[in-house]
Write a protein that binds this ligand. Structure first.
Ligand code: PEP
Ligand code: MN
Length: 360
């Protein structure tokens, strides 16, 4: 694996290919489509650990022959995901150049250890995706298990984290950049690759996330690419065509130097924006509950404004805030504004309901 420096802005290492290998034709056509893009590694998942049963779980070892054909005809290095020790064994035997451990596997230390045992004494490059949950120690632990098995060519892939869905409407997986900065601090020499496809979960957000990754200092990208994305058997919403990927790569600007001048200040700003985004998404979630309360009050014929209820909320929340080291007045001020907006949302809902009733 090409080693990269976290701060370099010269060239971008690009890993691209379908989420899943589905058929020989689909793999071959995608590889062909990527020919002009100068990719560094062709990816395709053969074994797909899916969150829910009944989804496409990959073609399995038959796809190893397809990857061999891609190596032969296009000269690409190829990569696939290994979830169990036997996958690692089969991939090594087939001459797969790079293996990766997916988010679900990294969340399972037994599986990671089993794979590390198979790879002991074979210094194959391995990419380690972050685990599903925002748990830095699981990510670090998986890398350490591989290192202890003697593997030295390791990369980390940042694909964001799952979270309570209503709280984060922006992306499929929340990119807590603070966690990736911390991983970089712990392993300064491990290259970190950004996976904008899994972070965003939407193909039209991939370009902006690629640019953000570059601005933040990543110089490696892993992008899911499919000849007919809307027909993909997994992750259909987030894959782009080879042609679209070409356009995305062309439009990327090198890292904005002035933006990176003060690295520490830059990191603080990113942390603040991460927190603000979280605050806003929680507020948005709170307002959806206000809407439901508005409906409920309408049906139960309960008045929207209940002064004693608000007084007790204010009392309780201010005490919580004080315990957290916040100024009482500050908390009262925030809670009053939030309450005011909640009343507005409830009344709006109430009006809609009355409108519908009168309409009938
Ligand atoms: C993938 O890369 O297709 C994949 C399954 O990713 P993750 O493990 O990040 O969900
Ligand atoms: Mn995928």
């Amino acid at each position: 694996m090409k080693q990269c420096s976290w701060d370099s802005s010269s060239s971008i290492t690009l890993i691209a290919g379908p989420c899943s290998a589905e058929s020989y034709e689909q793999v071959y056509a995608t590889a062909q489509g990527l020919q002009n893009l100068n990719i560094d590694l062709f990816r395709a998942g053969l074994w797909k650990p899916r969150t829910q049963p009944g989804c496409f779980e990959g073609v399995g070892s038959v796809g190893l022959h397809w990857l061999q054909q891609v190596q032969k005809d296009f000269g690409y290095k190829v990569a696939t995901e290994v979830c169990l020790p036997e996958h690692a064994q089969l991939a090594l035997e087939a001459g797969v150049d790079v293996l990766w451990l997916g988010a679900r596997t990294v969340s399972n230390p037994y599986a990671v250890q089993g794979i590390a045992e198979v790879l002991r004494s074979v210094n194959v490059p391995v990419l380690v995706k972050n685990p599903i949950s925002p748990d830095l120690s699981l990510w670090v632990g998986a890398i350490e298990r591989l290192q202890k098995a003697g593997l030295s060519d390791i990369g980390a892939v940042f694909r964001g984290f799952s979270t309570y869905p209503t709280e984060r409407p922006l992306y499929r997986n929340v990119p807590y950049w603070s966690i990736v900065f911390e991983l970089k601090r712990i392993f300064p020499h491990i290259p970190i690759i950004c996976d904008p496809s899994h972070i965003t979960g939407q193909r039209n957000a991939v370009a902006a996330m690629c640019q953000k990754a570059i601005d933040l200092g990543f110089d490696m990208l892993m992008v899911e690419c499919h000849v007919e994305p809307e027909k993909a058997l997994s992750d259909a919403k987030q894959q782009v065509t080879p042609k679209e990927l070409g356009i995305i790569m062309q439009a990327l600007s090198p890292r904005n130097v002035s933006f990176s001048e003060d690295e520490q200040l830059n990191h603080y700003r990113i942390l603040l924006s991460e927190i603000d985004e979280h605050l806003l998404s929680i507020l948005a979630h709170r307002m959806t509950i206000s809407k439901e309360i508005g409906n409920y009050k309408q049906l139960a014929q309960i008045p929207i404004l209940q002064a004693e209820q608000f007084a007790s909320i204010l009392q309780e929340r201010s005490a919580w805030g004080e315990n957290m080291g916040l100024q009482r007045e500050f908390v009262e001020h925030i809670m009053s504004i939030v309450h005011e907006e909640s009343v507005r949302v409830q009344s709006e809902e109430n009006n809609k309901q009355s409108f519908h009733i009168n309409d009938k």
